[in-house]
Design a protein around this ligand. Structure first.
Ligand code: ZN
Ligand code: ZN
Length: 419
């Protein structure tokens, strides 16, 4: 059986854009390595979850790894917490958190990301202070800073369970089942946590969340770190915004249970790490995720050790959100000229099946994830080529793979690897 190399470029996909003469960022980018591979490969399009759904990364990743999100998804909070090495038991309340800046009198949000310049060290020190100084009535909690302004919060009740059926207190997102939807022109005020049903577990979850937020605000606003930030003319990280609560981890079979294969994963963000660990993939840590040459080395190393490797590179998503065409195209070109340049010539395609795709599209024109299907390339020796010229959405729309759903890809790769 061949080995599987599954490469996901976060937010790679785009949508035909008048500013790019009707092309996408990927089609405009100069990507000789991926194009060379595409000429020999089979191409197609993939709807990460389903046609018409603009997914968030976490649900998308779960889906493109083969798991039906309608059946398994329990919210982003538990996945983030799991990826940050916090335990989430059934009945715990796990939130995705962001440090933000509010006006200390009115609690109006001034900056959703505390100026976007909060260092991981500052965030970790602030989290330590919150963990030491805040005590909740009837519950324990752990608040953990992860990367930059991001963090996770897990609240565990001393007696009984909590329900995640509560509204976000981050006004930028509204709950929609286990998902959150970003809302246009959100209210400026930090929201009170509202239970979405009459259960005692939801009411208690809302009460504890509000108690945490206000007590943490008091600690943060008086923190020396924030006084120093203000003195340096930086925005204080004086509030924690919470969204995407969940009260259990998804109960999914591992990839090994499903396919009898051992996978390794190379990922950089806590949420992707949480999903990778849940699916039973072993972690191959990457010391410097900005070093694409190192990524190539790690992939080659992991392919020696495992039956399959999942590599999730964050690159193109952030400039997509910023609407920064130049940076998104540059990021795609860098992945091609460093990561793939150092990887592809060293792969023995008589023994490896490679798939290159995205978890969703993040078109610069939208500055958010879109419902566009993402480009997909599959190559191994012995697989008939589609004879298409390059790796891009319009070529992919003519590929022989057709248009598949995210949950179909993993079984397809395993099938090709076994042929
Ligand atoms: Zn993503
Ligand atoms: Zn994104």
């Amino acid at each position: 059986m061949k080995k599987i190399l599954y490469v996901v470029l976060d937010g790679l996909g785009g949508t035909p854009d008048p500013k790019l003469n009707g092309k996408t960022e990927l089609e405009v980018a100069n990507t000789p390595n991926m194009d060379h591979l595409a000429k020999k490969a089979k191409l197609g399009l993939m709807d990460p979850i389903a046609p018409g759904v603009a997914p968030e990364s976490d649900a998308a990743v779960l889906s493109i790894l083969g798991y039906d999100v309608d059946k398994y998804y329990t919210g982003r909070g538990p996945l983030e917490a799991h990826g940050a090495d916090l335990e989430v038991r059934d009945g715990d309340l796990a939130w995705r958190a962001n440090f933000a800046t509010v006006d200390e009198e009115t609690l109006k949000i001034l900056d959703r990301r505390a100026g976007r310049n909060l260092s991981t060290e500052e965030a970790k020190a602030l989290a330590d202070e919150v963990n030491q100084k805040v005590k909740l009535d009837g519950a324990d909690f752990i608040f953990k800073a992860t990367v930059g302004h991001r963090g996770v919060l897990v609240i565990r009740r001393k007696n009984g369970r909590l329900s995640s059926n509560v509204e976000n207190i981050d006004p930028g997102y509204k709950r929609h089942g286990p998902y959150s939807i970003a809302i246009a022109n959100p209210p400026k005020e930090v929201q009170k946590c509202i239970p979405l049903d009459d259960s005692e577990e939801a009411k208690e979850a809302a009460r504890l969340t509000d108690e945490f937020i206000m007590k943490a605000f008091e600690v943060l606003k008086n923190s020396e770190i924030n006084k120093k930030r203000k003195a340096e003319n930086k925005k204080p990280a004086n509030i924690i915004l919470l969204r995407d609560a969940g009260d259990s981890l998804p109960k999914i079979p591992t990839l090994n249970q499903l396919y009898g294969l051992n996978f390794g994963s190379i990922v950089e963000m806590p949420v992707e790490r949480g999903i990778a660990l849940l699916t039973g993939m072993k972690e191959v840590p990457i010391e410097d995720s900005t070093d694409y040459k190192l990524w190539a080395e790690k992939v080659l190393y992991a392919l020696e050790k495992f039956d399959g490797v999942y590599a999730h590179l964050k690159g193109p998503d952030v400039p997509g959100h910023d609407g920064d065409y130049e940076k998104k195209i540059e990021s795609i070109e860098k992945i091609d000229s460093v990561f793939f340049e150092n990887l592809l010539p060293k792969l023995d395609f008589s023994k490896v099946v490679i798939a290159i795709t995205a978890d969703h599209a993040t078109p610069c024109s939208l500055k958010s994830h879109s419902e566009d299907p993402v480009p997909l390339l599959i190559f191994t020796e012995g697989l008939a080529s589609d004879d298409l010229e390059y790796f891009g959405e319009s070529a992919c729309s003519r590929g022989s793979i057709g248009r598949i759903k995210g949950t179909e890809l993993m079984p397809l790769l395993v099938k090709i690897a076994r042929e």
